[in-house]
Design a protein around this ligand. Structure first.
Ligand SMILES: [Zn+2]
Length: 335
């Protein structure tokens, strides 16, 4: 090969190499452009996505605010009342205009309403919206709006045939009715004892046998009894079945516990004497003083064996009017 041909060949190779480099650079530029384009696309997509999300969140928040605002504007007396009733233990401060609306009006036509107790009626009615006006009035008259054992009203005295002794009316130490006599070995006031004697005789004619096992008790005696119970049981429990000294109806000599043909107070309800006494004792002036349905009034659980002499006028009226507790009768007609 001559020199000329060699140079020609070299120059051709150089030319080939140069073309390849140019081609390579063009491809490199094209790749870079493509990558940049892709990155731009991705960035734009992300930006759009964030913008859309932000718009949605903003809309939701705005909508929520509008709804809340609207519902708070119509927060309503009715809804608020429902709420307070459902959560009576929670103290819910009522709006001022609502307090105005809810002024308590207790029916003026009720005969045993006592004008000096207006405020107590109103506040008791507010606490017990489920009671009728009639119930509000007699319950407040019976002091049921006051705490038991703290109100301590002195009892009316020996001359009152309708004396009431309960967790509000307390007899003083040394209280001793004047005309106590022994019946079945228990002390009762004369009129009470005579009524009992007649009831016992009529029961006997039916083949039924009742006898008094506890009549008059002094305050001192009751103190011993109550404290004995207290040594074995909680005060809350004892208060449901035993009177504190001074608060027992047995102090009056006009209350008695009776046995039927089977001994034991708790057995009395299961004796044939019980239904007869329950249905007939009013004819002799007696009432069964503590019933299941009067526990929230008297504070004592049911005692079918504990009778109180109130005289036939009151016992008959209570039966006719279906008045279950002496507290209710007393609050309505004897104050
Ligand atoms: Zn008793």
């Amino acid at each position: 090969m001559n020199q000329l041909q060699e140079r020609e060949l070299k120059s051709q190779r150089m030319e080939e190499l140069r073309r390849r480099r140019i081609l390579e650079r063009k491809r490199e530029i094209a790749r870079k452009k493509k990558r940049k384009k892709l990155i731009r696309k991705v960035l734009i997509s992300m930006l759009l996505f964030f913008a859309a999300t932000a718009t949605i969140v903003l809309c939701v928040l705005l909508f929520d605010t509008i709804i809340k605002d609207a519902s708070s504007r119509k927060t309503p007396v009715a809804t608020q009342v429902e709420y307070t009733q459902q959560n009576s233990e929670d103290v819910v401060e009522e709006p001022i205009e609502k307090k105005e609306e809810q002024k308590i009006i207790v029916d003026d036509s009720i005969e045993y309403k006592d004008e000096t107790k207006e405020e107590r009626y109103a506040s008791y009615k507010k606490q017990n919206p489920h009671f009728s006006d009639e119930e509000i009035i007699w319950r407040v008259n019976a002091n049921l709006d006051k705490p038991k054992y703290e109100y301590d009203i002195p009892v009316s005295g020996y001359d009152d045939p309708y004396i009431i002794v309960n967790k509000y009316y307390k007899v003083p130490d040394g209280y001793h009715p004047p005309d106590l006599k022994s019946f079945d070995g228990q002390l009762l006031r004369e009129e009470t004892g005579n009524a009992y004697k007649k009831m016992r005789e009529d029961a006997l004619k039916q083949g039924l046998n009742i006898r008094v096992v506890s009549g008059y008790r002094s305050v001192e005696y009751q103190r011993g009894l109550y404290n004995r119970y207290l040594s074995n049981d909680s005060r809350e429990n004892v208060d449901r079945y035993s009177a504190r000294p001074g608060y027992s109806e047995h102090h009056t000599g006009m209350a008695m516990d009776i046995f039927g043909s089977q001994d034991g107070l708790r057995n009395f309800e299961n004796t044939p004497e019980y239904p007869w006494v329950r249905d007939n004792c009013y004819k002799y002036g007696f009432i069964i003083r503590y019933l299941v349905e009067t526990e929230d009034i008297t504070g004592y659980e049911s005692e079918p064996w504990h009778l109180r002499y109130v005289g036939t006028k009151v016992s008959t009226e209570m039966k006719e009017k279906n008045i279950k507790s002496f507290e209710e009768y007393h609050a309505k007609y004897l104050q």
